[in-house]
Write a protein that binds this ligand. Sequence first.
Ligand SMILES: NC(=O)c1ccc[n+]([C@@H]2O[C@H](COP(=O)([O-])OP(=O)(O)OC[C@H]3O[C@@H](n4cnc5c(N)ncnc54)[C@H](OP(=O)(O)O)[C@@H]3O)[C@@H](O)[C@H]2O)c1
Length: 325
Amino acid sequence: MMKTYQIDKTDLTVTRLGYGCMNIGGSWDSAPLTDENKEKALRAVFTAYDAGVNLFDHADIYCKGKAEEVFAEVWKARPGLRDKMVIQSKCGIRFKGDPDAHSPSRYDFSAEHILRSVEDILKRLQTDYLDVLLLHRPDPLVEPEEVAQAFDTLKQDGKVRYFGLSNHTVMQTELLRQFVNQPLVVNQLEVSLIHNHLITEGVLANQTGNANALATGILDYCRLNRITVQAWSSLAGGKITNPKPDASQEIQATARLVQEMAEDKQTSPEAILLAWLLRHPAQIQPIMGTTNPQRIQACCAADSVELTREEWYSLLVSIRGADMP
Ligand SMILES: NC(=O)c1ccc[n+]([C@@H]2O[C@H](COP(=O)([O-])OP(=O)(O)OC[C@H]3O[C@@H](n4cnc5c(N)ncnc54)[C@H](OP(=O)(O)O)[C@@H]3O)[C@@H](O)[C@H]2O)c1
């Protein structure tokens, strides 16, 4: 079994790794789901579930709704699974052309849009409730009182149990926390060994020639306020486990180091990269996005890998291509 913990301020017990459903719905268009799409999606989801994963991450936009739609097949194939899974989805991103041809791509945190989005999500997933709803990307036009009102309604109606954010900065989170009555329990952010800015910013702040001279402090903020950090694109799409021939020297060298560590620890390179995130004390929960069953299993092996401080820094120094300052 995979190790678990409770998301703070909730009664949700989750596995240390989550499964991201962004690509299980086939294509990102309005073509209907095929039998092949359904089989592939079920294989991916059940591989993750059978390996112990219990948190499944969605968004209303994934495959234009088809990722959620195909997920409903899970309950048909294995009735009784709904209450054993923690189902999370997101709203707030609207595509160009929605609802009219001239509508631009945009973010929409209006109460009306949040409420309608959740109705649609529940219909596609064929479930009565979401365990967690995240606001997908910060909307500069956000009116926090409206978000508060929408969240209150969803909570009172039993349609969403807990709420959180994704891609939000410290101040954006603070603004919402001033108004929203429910605790904000998750912030899902892009973090990986390659995309390590949120981890290294505090070290690099005020270093000469560093573009990130001002640190965002979001990981420390989440630790302080006991907000669970989830890492999206936690494998950076396989850039290290499967480097392209023209990849940078740093990536090639890191790929070799990861391979050596994996052999040494009798595990997979994917597990080393996700264990690097798990080692961070912010209790980062990596969300894996591969639909390939072998890769899903390779990722899940991270749960039993522990990196020493020396190993953790060796990986960071390698991808930086430079010693720590
Ligand atoms: N909150 C946000 O803004 C946000 C943004 C993006 C994603 N997410 C969430 O995070 C989850 C993970 O993101 P992600 O899919 O970008 O993460 P990832 O796990 O880093 O990348 C997986 C993607 O890379 C491909 N890939 C190619 N070679 C690979 C290799 N050797 N190893 C692993 N993957 C390889 C996979 O294709 P195959 O399926 O063929 O393996 C899949 O499309 C998503 O499913 C979604 O739930 C959230």
